[in-house]
Write a protein that binds this ligand. Sequence first.
Ligand SMILES: Nc1nc2c(ncn2[C@@H]2O[C@H](COP(=O)(O)OP(=O)(O)OP(=O)(O)O)[C@@H](O)[C@H]2O)c(=O)[nH]1
Ligand SMILES: [Mg+2]
Length: 426
Amino acid sequence: MAHSSSSGLVPSSDISQFVQNSLQKFVPYYEEMLKNDQGILTQEDVTDIQKALEKWKLGEAASKIEEKLEAADKASLNIAVTGEAGSGKSTFINAVRGLGDEEEGSAPTGAVETTMEPIPYQHPKFPNVTLWDLPGIGTPDFQPEEYLRKVAFERYDFLIIISSEPFKSSHVDLAREIQRMEKKFYFVQTKTDLDLASAKKGNPGSYNEESLLQLIRDDCLESLKKGSVSHPRVFLISNFDMGLYDFRHLEDTLVRELPAHQRHTLRLALPSVTEEAIEKKKLTLQEKIGLEATKECLRAPFSGFFSPNNREELEKCLPHYRSLLGVDDASLIKLAKKEGREVQDLKASLKSYDTETVLKNNDALPSLVNNVKEKIRTSLSCISFFGNLLSTIVVSRTQIYTLQWHALDTVAEDAKLLLKKTQSTG
Ligand SMILES: Nc1nc2c(ncn2[C@@H]2O[C@H](COP(=O)(O)OP(=O)(O)OP(=O)(O)O)[C@@H](O)[C@H]2O)c(=O)[nH]1
Ligand SMILES: [Mg+2]
């Protein structure tokens, strides 16, 4: 038995197995993702794709995936950063964009003439992501409603209210107004490094960082609740080292609370300041590789074969992943300068710059036809769904995706290594 298609005949047993495997793995994989507020598909999308697969409408399932991937790629984000003068708004914006305060395109910091207009700062790698440096709040005649109207609050996906000191009535009044306008907002207390340093100096014997941080958080929350802000979220950070304190929780909260199509962009746009952040970026990119693979495989039976060129593919995807994970040349030059080291010294131990070895390692992986399925299953059990695509006639297409997984793994390991190297000297 065979199904006919525009490009020829496809053995029905292959397609049948493919659809069965997809259904068996796709739904549980996304159930897990959705439970953790992750992924770029919504519950509705997953149901639509499932239904299409059950009805053997493979093209329809592929189109749905394509539509969602495109929406994720095109997603724009507008993030407002507000707070009192000198609280660290501009430094925060620079740090999130991965820029030092002195770098070209960075927001001016320190003693700056306050502007009355929001200033947009585009993310250097994600032009659709804009951070808006808002005029300072807290002047004696501060009117939250008028302020929000003037800064065009409806433009923003969410607002970050920054303070370097305990939150005051101006913060509370602003938050209540934002809440009334049904926008999301988060409180961020900067300069935590200074707070901790002075507490340590004052009380070196009884100093305990974790309990002090908890005390500051509790204090902040209490004063905000007293001001009738419902469910406030407070994050303590240092703009000088986003790898410390609560930045990672802020990052997770922001990503989790965004609509599915915007999560992917924000996760990738935030700086790779911890191993955890690198790992999460990797998972985001793996989901994308998996969905691309699924889409291609669903279409493959009707679009014929192609013969992938591994070297060409690597030369395309390695620089892309290096840029997304901060291991690209520009990032290395910046890092070397900051650390007072040579770029070559940083590069020497990185594997992703050696295309030949990446290629050789990929070739040395167990034979594609027989063992890639196993390899993917063991290296990433949560995405084993995608491994099952390999049991179909689409091996040649899948070869590219296997290579992308391998390239991404290599770059992520490099990013972690670089982080360790710079942390150990920092
Ligand atoms: N120690 C420490 N200093 C910080 C931190 N964030 C900002 N600063 C410093 O605080 C000063 C003010 O920071 P800015 O980012 O210019 O503050 P701003 O809110 O943009 O100020 P205006 O634009 O004048 O309203 C600068 O000297 C920064 O270097 C931080 O987390 N820790
Ligand atoms: Mg500023």
